[in-house]
Design a protein around this ligand. Structure first.
Ligand SMILES: NC(=O)c1ccc[n+]([C@@H]2O[C@H](COP(=O)([O-])OP(=O)(O)OC[C@H]3O[C@@H](n4cnc5c(N)ncnc54)[C@H](OP(=O)(O)O)[C@@H]3O)[C@@H](O)[C@H]2O)c1
Length: 184
């Protein structure tokens, strides 16, 4: 199990605008899906709300201090996916790792869950959640978006790749470059 950050950033380090991602590249969406399928994805409540439905075939771990998020998770889950859980799974009852939604109240609960995962834990944003998991993230997967989005309101910290070194890169369709980084 590794804790891996995955993000798409524009030329100015922007990741969001008005609560959503201000670009649409199907090649990057496909890459994200292929990279994260079968794994757990931890996200903030705002990013969760930007999704139309839970990420399929992934354990969706939503961080929120509000109990209200659970109801939405339950509704979505009931419609979209066969399994759900509201509490961190216990050791004798391993999490369903092919899908599902759990809402957790703090980082500590996520880190308590992590050892019981037999898959990777992808940190998928947004900004608050990337910042929160910076100390734990062992690898970053970064898509460079060839745009400078006007009016963007959510940015990665400028030094988020400090102490990481690039391992390999690949080019997706639309000439999108993805770089895999590991801790130096
Ligand atoms: N480009 C990309 O790759 C990418 C990826 C993901 C997201 N995004 C974008 O990023 C933006 C959203 O980022 P954001 O930073 O505004 O929001 P976010 O990180 O998605 O969610 C923030 C929410 O997470 C919860 N939270 C934060 N810290 C917590 C803690 N310590 N304990 C428990 N819950 C906690 C809170 O939910 P409650 O208020 O419910 O307590 C908080 O309001 C959107 O524009 C989205 O589209 C971009």
């Amino acid at each position: 199990m590794s804790i891996i950050g995955i993000v798409a950033v524009d030329r100015n380090g922007a990741i969001g605008k008005g609560g959503s991602i201000p670009w649409h590249y199907s090649a990057d969406m496909k890459f994200f899906r292929e990279q994260t399928t079968g794994h757990a994805c931890v996200m903030g409540r705002r990013t969760w709300e930007s999704l139309k439905r839970p990420l399929k075939d992934r354990l969706n771990v939503v961080l929120s201090r509000s109990a209200g998020v659970e109801a939405r998770a339950e509704e979505s889950e009931a419609e979209q996916l066969p399994q759900q859980s509201q509490q961190p799974p216990q050791p004798q009852s391993p999490p369903q790792q092919q899908g599902g939604v759990i809402v957790l109240p703090d980082k500590r609960s996520v880190l308590a869950l992590a050892p019981y995962l037999s898959c990777h834990l992808y940190v998928i944003g947004g900004d608050q959640i990337y910042r929160m998991f910076r100390p734990e993230i062992e690898q970053w997967i970064v898509t460079d978006i060839p745009l400078a989005v006007e009016g963007a309101d959510t940015f990665m910290p400028t030094d988020f790749l400090q102490n990481f070194r690039p391992q390999r890169s690949l080019t997706l369709a639309d000439e999108l470059k993805v770089t895999f980084y590991e801790r130096a």
